[in-house]
Design a protein around this ligand. Structure first.
Ligand code: 5AD
Length: 432
C-alpha cells in the first residue's frame, strides 16, 4: 500500500476526530490535503442533526467530477451518516465506492484492497465487529494533547438522539488497553489526555468504575493532566466526584449536558432526571470542588416545548451560571422516537428561542472569563497561537484558552500565567 495517498475530511465530535486518526493509521498512506492527488478519499461524517448530514452529502458531492476524471480513485464515506443510510448512499451517489460505519474501521484496509482488486463497491455497516478498539489513532509528532477512547456506543435512550442507532450499544474498553494507549502517548511526549466516550463517566468493567479509572490513569508517570468528556448527569457518582477532587492531575472541568430546564421536556426526552436533581448534582460538584467549571448542551424547540418550558430552561441557565453552553435547535432524526412526536415547534419560534438563549449565555460566559482577570492560572502550553505572532496558546484546568507572549520552549510545560484580559472565547495574559 506504500506510496498511496489519503485525503480525509472530518465532521462532528471528538469521537469522529479520533476515528479519523484511526483511519489514518489503519491505512498507513501518506496524508494529502489535496483531494486531486489522493488515491483514497474518505469523508468521515456526523449525523447528530440534519444540517450535519447535509454537510456530509455536499462534501461528497464535491468529489463526483474527480471520479469521472480518474475512475481508479476510491471514494469512501465513513462514520455516522454512512451507518445511518448504508446502501442508500450509493443509490443516490453512484460514484461512491465504500460505505463504512464507525464500528468497522479495523476492516478498512481489507475493504480497500478488495475494491482495488475486484472493482466492486463495499458496504460495511454491521455491528458485530469485535475488534472495535483494535486500531489506535495516528498521533502527530510534537502534539501535547490527545484523545483516548474508553467507550463505544451508548446505552441511554434519549428520544431525540441518533447516536445509539449509529454507534450501537455501549462497549467499554478494558482498563489495561486504555492504560497502554495512554502510556504510549506519554512516551511520545503527550502531557494531557482527554478520555472520550458518549457517556464517558458510565464507563465500567467487572471490577472498576469511572472514578477508579481516573485514579489509576493518574499514576502514569509523565502524564500531567486528565480530562474527560462527555459526562451523563445520572452517572455522576460520589466516587467520581471524590476522584476529581483528590487526584490533582484531573482537571476541574465537567461537560454535563442538561438539554432542558423543564421537567416536562426532560421527561419527554427520557433524560431520567429532573431539573431539581440536575441542580442538586451541580451543587454536589461545586461543594466538593469549589472552582469546578461546568459546561453544558441545550436543545431548544423540542416537540411540545411551550414558552413556559423554554422559560424554565432560561431560569436554569440563570441559576446554574454555566461557564459555557452549546445550544441547538431540535432536529428530527430518522428512526428516533422524537421524530414522530406531534406538536413540533415551528422553526421561527425555535430560532427566536435559540437566539435569546445564546445571547443570555454569552453574557454569562463573558462575565466569567472577565472575572479571571488578575488571577494566576496554570496553563498547559499546547503550541503557538494561531492568531498572534510571538504568542503561545494553552488551556487552564477549567478549559479556558489562554494566549500570552512567550518562547516556544515552553510548549508541553505547565506555566503560571497572570490573566490580563478576558474575552468571549479566550483569555489573554502574561507569564508570571
Ligand atoms: N437535535 C438537536 N440537537 C441534538 N443533539 C443531539 N441530538 C440532537 C437532535 N436530534 C445535541 C445534544 C447533544 C449534542 C451533542 O447535540 O445537545 O448533547
Amino acid at each position: 500500500m506504500n506510496g498511496k495517498k489519503l485525503y480525509i475530511e472530518t465532521y462532528g465530535c471528538q469521537m469522529n476526530e479520533y476515528d479519523s486518526d484511526r483511519i489514518r493509521n489503519a491505512l498507513s498512506f501518506e496524508l494529502t490535503d489535496n483531494p486531486a492527488d489522493a488515491d483514497v478519499i474518505i469523508v468521515n461524517t456526523c449525523a447528530i442533526r440534519e444540517k450535519a448530514d447535509q454537510k456530509a452529502f455536499s462534501s461528497l458531492g464535491r468529489f463526483k467530477h474527480l471520479k469521472a476524471k480518474r475512475p481508479d480513485v476510491i471514494i469512501g464515506i465513513a462514520g455516522c451518516v454512512a451507518q445511518l443510510y448504508g446502501d442508500k448512499i450509493i443509490e443516490k451517489m453512484p460514484y461512491v465506492d465504500l460505505v463504512i460505519g464507525p464500528r468497522a474501521i479495523p476492516k478498512l484496509p481489507k475493504l480497500i484492497t478488495e475494491i482495488q482488486s475486484d472493482q466492486r463497491k463495499k458496504i460495511e455497516t454491521s455491528f458485530d465487529v469485535e475488534e472495535v478498539f483494535e486500531i489506535e489513532p495516528y498521533h502527530e509528532e510534537g502534539k501535547v494533547t490527545a484523545f483516548v477512547s474508553i467507550q463505544q456506543g451508548c446505552n441511554k435512550m434519549c428520544t431525540y438522539c441518533i447516536v445509539p442507532h449509529v454507534r450501537g450499544k455501549e462497549i467499554n474498553r478494558p482498563l489495561e488497553d486504555i492504560l497502554q494507549e495512554i502510556r504510549r502517548l506519554v512516551q511520545k511526549g503527550v502531557k494531557e489526555v482527554t478520555l472520550i466516550g458518549q457517556t464517558v463517566n458510565s464507563w465500567k468493567t467487572d471490577r472498576y468504575r469511572f472514578g477508579d479509572l481516573l485514579r489509576i490513569a493518574a499514576e502514569i508517570e509523565g502524564l500531567l493532566r486528565i480530562r474527560f468528556t462527555t459526562s451523563y448527569p445520572r452517572d455522576v457518582t460520589r466516587k467520581m466526584i471524590d476522584a476529581m477532587r483528590e487526584v490533582s492531575k484531573v482537571c476541574h472541568h465537567i461537560h454535563l449536558p442538561v438539554q432542558s430546564g423543564s421537567n416536562r421536556v426532560l421527561a419527554r426526552m427520557k433524560r431520567t432526571y429532573t431539573r431539581e436533581w440536575y441542580i442538586e448534582t451541580v451543587n454536589r460538584l461545586r461543594d466538593a470542588i469549589p472552582d469546578i467549571a461546568i459546561s453544558t448542551d441545550i436543545i431548544v424547540g423540542f416537540p411540545g416545548e411551550t414558552e413556559e418550558d423554554f422559560h424554565d430552561t432560561m431560569k436554569l441557565l440563570e441559576e446554574v451560571q454555566f461557564d459555557s453552553a452549546f445550544s441547538f435547535k431540535f432536529s428530527p432524526r430518522p428512526g428516533t422516537p422524537a421524530a414522530d412526536f406531534p406538536d413540533r415547534v415551528d422553526d421561527n419560534t425555535a430560532s427566536r428561542r435559540l437566539k435569546e438563549l445564546q445571547e443570555f449565555q454569552r453574557k454569562i460566559t463573558l462575565e466569567k472569563n472577565m472575572s479571571r482577570v488578575g488571577l494566576v492560572e496554570e496553563v498547559l502550553v499546547e503550541g503557538r497561537s494561531k492568531h498572534n505572532d510571538g504568542f503561545l496558546s494553552g488551556r487552564t484546568p477549567h478549559n479556558r484558552i489562554v494566549n500570552f507572549p512567550g518562547p516556544q520552549e515552553l510548549i508541553g510545560k505547565i506555566v503560571n500565567v497572570k490573566i490580563t484580559e478576558g474575552f468571549q472565547n479566550s483569555l489573554r495574559g502574561e507569564l508570571y
